[in-house]
Design a binder for this molecule. Structure first.
Ligand code: ZN
Length: 120
């Protein structure tokens, strides 16, 4: 179960507890989205839903995997105590932006600047 625990981030309640209300809420949403993405990807990979055509699955999986990677990166930042802190300039990201996009790791000023090849 350790893998699932790490994947779902349930070992990090203290990270959330240390954040002010709106940020803790955004992080909770991020954790829920992460779990939903993991489930959706595993169901699509297994063909468990059945309704999707192979073409739709092939189109959806890369998008979901991209979202999953962004989500995991934001959760890694949270685990390091950096949730809601811009990964480029180090300034706090406004709570309103986190509410709209809990996986964001950039402030508005830095969000248009290209990331390295390994990030999104
Ligand atoms: Zn920034």
């Amino acid at each position: 179960m350790t893998y699932l625990t790490i994947q779902t981030g349930r070992h990090r309640p203290s990270v959330r507890a240390s954040l002010p209300g709106a940020r803790a809420q955004a992080l909770r949403r991020l954790e829920r989205e992460h779990v939903a993405l993991l489930l959706a990807i595993s169901e699509l990979e297994a063909g468990a839903r059945g309704a999707e055509s192979p073409e739709l699955r092939a189109a959806l999986l890369p998008l979901l995997r991209h979202d999953l990677a962004r989500t995991q990166y934001a959760l890694q930042r949270a685990a390091a105590g950096q949730y809601g802190v811009c990964d480029r300039c180090g300034r706090a990201i406004a709570a309103g932006k986190l509410e709209l996009n809990p996986a964001t790791t950039r402030c508005p000023a830095c969000s248009h600047i290209r990331r390295g090849p390994s990030a999104d």
